[in-house]
Design a protein around this ligand. Structure first.
Ligand SMILES: NC(=O)C1=CN([C@@H]2O[C@H](COP(=O)(O)OP(=O)(O)OC[C@H]3O[C@@H](n4cnc5c(N)ncnc54)[C@H](O)[C@@H]3O)[C@@H](O)[C@H]2O)C=CC1
Ligand SMILES: O=C(O)C1=NCCCC1
Length: 312
């Protein structure tokens, strides 16, 4: 008879998951993943079930990390919501298993994990690729990812100015009213991104909203949305002129409309830069195209469970 699984809600997951603990674990697992040693890590590209009738998708994201003893899967739904909907567009649950015996050890909220680990990975890309002496951060979007990116970026980096643009101006104001620091609300994407050193795109857009002609040469773009092969956030000019990094080459090729439809070449994975096998071309305009990976959820969930265990 196995012990019953630990159940952790969003509030608990948020409390146990700190960026200080998470970032080094993500760097380490991204580096390991890029070595493609299948005796160490198994993580297929996620399976996605379209729910066409309701403008949604269900993604299943399993991962096994042998050395760490982590067996995990996240189930995530993502919907294109009507503007003003009060429902979150991304919802998720994470299951951890005992790899030796196969039973479930923890069931936890995956929304907080998805928000924090995605922002933490973007922060890793920004640390590697942002221009020296970066002063201006711009965030496009005002949802869950915009918020987690704001939190970690302003914690880790010293920007002099933060700008935000959202499709509906009142949503941008609501976003800003919830924050401690000063943020400038911009009325167009162009106004928001002109001269910015670091740009985060975290929207539900399916057509390009960010155009290369507006992006300062040498800027870094962390592109988080457009996770379907026919969706875009970035235009062809930006995709073709920038040095493109991804979290996983397989994910980028299968799921990113920005990569597939622009015909842009992927230069390297984040893990390949972390391992030193590819350079960080900091002096060039760079795009980190994030799709999200099961291994990122797996190390995050393990961290949460470790913290919970240490208190119980
Ligand atoms: N790369 C990754 O690992 C992950 C990516 N995502 C993706 O990131 C994006 C943001 O996710 P959340 O913050 O959870 O969503 P959210 O619903 O909380 O926020 C979405 C934001 O995009 C804006 N938006 C929606 N449609 C738009 C359009 N057509 N043009 C411009 N803005 C638009 C909304 O007004 C809102 O500000 C989504 O595309 C989601 O699928 C989400 C989780 C992980
Ligand atoms: O990695 C994830 O989790 C997601 N990626 C893209 C779509 C929403 C969830």
């Amino acid at each position: 008879m196995t012990e019953s699984a630990v159940l952790l809600n969003k509030h608990e997951v948020e409390r146990y998951l700190s960026y200080e603990d998470l970032i080094p674990r993500l760097e380490s697992v991204l580096g390991k993943f890029s070595k493609r040693d299948s005796s160490e890590i198994i993580q297929p590209v996620r399976s996605v079930v379209p729910i066409q009738q309701h403008n949604g998708f269900l993604g299943v994201m399993p991962a096994y990390l042998a050395a760490e003893g982590i067996l995990c899967t996240k189930m995530v739904t993502f919907y294109q919501r009507a503007e003003g909907s009060s429902l979150p567009s991304t919802q998720a649950t994470v299951l951890l298993f005992d790899p030796e015996h196969g039973h479930v050890t923890a069931i936890m909220d995956g929304e907080a994990i998805t928000a924090k680990r995605t922002a933490a990975v973007s922060a890793i890309s920004t640390k590697l690729f942002m221009p020296a002496l970066s002063k201006v951060l711009c965030i496009l979007g005002s949802g869950q990812q915009a918020r987690s990116h704001y939190d970690v970026f302003t914690k880790l980096f010293k920007f002099k100015e933060v700008r935000v643009w959202s499709r509906r101006r009142e949503m941008a104001h609501r976003f800003v009213n919830d924050l401690q620091g000063p943020v400038r609300v911009c009325s167009s994407v162009k106004e928001a991104v002109m001269g910015a050193d670091v740009i985060v795109t975290a929207t539900g857009a399916s057509e390009p909203i960010l155009f290369g002609e507006w992006v300062k040469s040498g800027a870094h773009v962390a592109a988080v949305g457009a996770c379907r092969p026919d969706w875009r956030e970035l235009d062809d000019v930006l995709m073709r002129e920038a040095v493109v990094y991804v979290d996983s080459r397989e994910g980028g090729t299968a799921e990113s409309g920005d990569i597939v439809l622009s015909g842009a070449q992927v230069f390297a994975e984040l893990g390949e830069v972390i391992n030193g096998s590819f350079p960080a071309q900091r002096e060039k305009t760079t795009v980190f195209k994030s799709l999200g990976m099961g291994i990122q959820d797996a190390v995050s969930a393990k961290l949460v469970l470790e913290k919970w265990n240490s208190e119980h």
